[in-house]
Design a protein around this ligand. Structure first.
Ligand SMILES: C[S@@+](CC[C@H](N)C(=O)[O-])C[C@H]1O[C@@H](n2cnc3c(N)ncnc32)[C@H](O)[C@@H]1O
Length: 257
């Protein structure tokens, strides 16, 4: 069970402020093709990083609504978007969106569907609140495709398999096209958005994530304390030799309602 508290909001701010996730946001924004005056929804808006960009794109004659389950995430989003009159933030679930039918020209949902218990309900809700021919952009990750420089690749695989086990819908990209079409979306397209950190120092998006991956694998019993420490220490050693390498693909799906 994921916890979306104040600590998680602070962690997300750090991890999602890195250049590779900035790139992901800009590509998501481009996929939505927003124009001034439109209404856009960010479902699972977190700390409002994408919503702020969407608000700028639709301008003060438009509307940019954010919904998130977590009050702590929303508190940061409220601070971020305080000066933007076109932004409205509400607590709620993507499984039961607090909006009338056909309220939006476009909607985004990034790194959120993996946590949602009723995926079919969430996709039906996104379809319902979009106007006919509304644009949808979804970003999800397939963690089984992660590559990490490590002395023990079998241990690395166990850690990433365990990471997927901790969420409701792990590795969604493989199923997402069929799920979107099943929910009535058309013109489904997908593109890979790479996260790549290389060089002599553990850095970028993955720097803050490695311990999280090891801790999650420990919590579900996939590895023990000693294995977690050995994995992290081994990565540090390779990193000191200039051999740090981390890569995973995120996948940006776009579709029409
Ligand atoms: C990894 S964060 C991503 C935040 C944001 N979309 C981004 O990409 O910066 C996942 C977010 O999903 C939210 N969340 C989880 N389940 C949700 C649900 N059923 N409905 C709405 N938000 C949800 C969490 O509170 C958290 O803010």
């Amino acid at each position: 069970m994921e916890i979306y508290d104040k600590r998680a909001a602070e962690f997300l701010e750090r991890a999602y402020g890195t250049p590779e996730i900035v790139n992901q946001r800009l590509r998501t924004l481009a996929a939505l093709g927003l124009v001034a005056g439109e209404a856009v929804l960010d479902a699972g808006c977190g700390t409002g990083l994408l919503l702020e960009l969407e608000a700028a794109a639709v301008g003060t004659n438009g509307r940019a609504d954010g919904v998130d389950l977590s009050d702590d995430m929303l508190a940061t989003a409220r601070e971020r978007c305080a000066g933007l009159s076109q932004v409205d933030l509400r607590q709620g679930s993507v499984e039961a969106l607090p909006f009338a039918d056909a309220s939006f020209d476009a909607a985004s949902c990034t790194q959120t569907l993996l946590y949602v218990d009723d995926l079919a309900a969430a996709l039906a809700e996104l379809q319902r609140v979009l106007r006919p021919r509304g644009r949808l952009a979804v970003v999800e990750t397939d963690w089984t495709g992660t590559i990490v420089s490590s002395h023990d690749q079998a241990l690395t695989r166990r850690i990433f398999d365990a990471w997927g086990g901790g969420v409701a819908n792990p590795n969604l990209p493989r199923r997402l096209k069929a799920l979107l079409e099943g929910a009535g979306f058309g013109a489904v397209r997908a593109e890979a958005v790479p996260i790549l950190n290389i060089g002599g120092k553990v850095g970028g998006f993955s720097a803050g994530m490695l311990k999280n991956f090891a801790d999650a694998a420990k919590r579900c019993g996939a590895i023990d304390e000693a294995e977690a420490a050995a994995w992290l220490d081994g990565i540090e050693v390779l990193s000191a030799r200039g051999e740090y390498f981390f890569s995973v693909n995120r996948f940006l799906f776009s579709a029409i309602s």
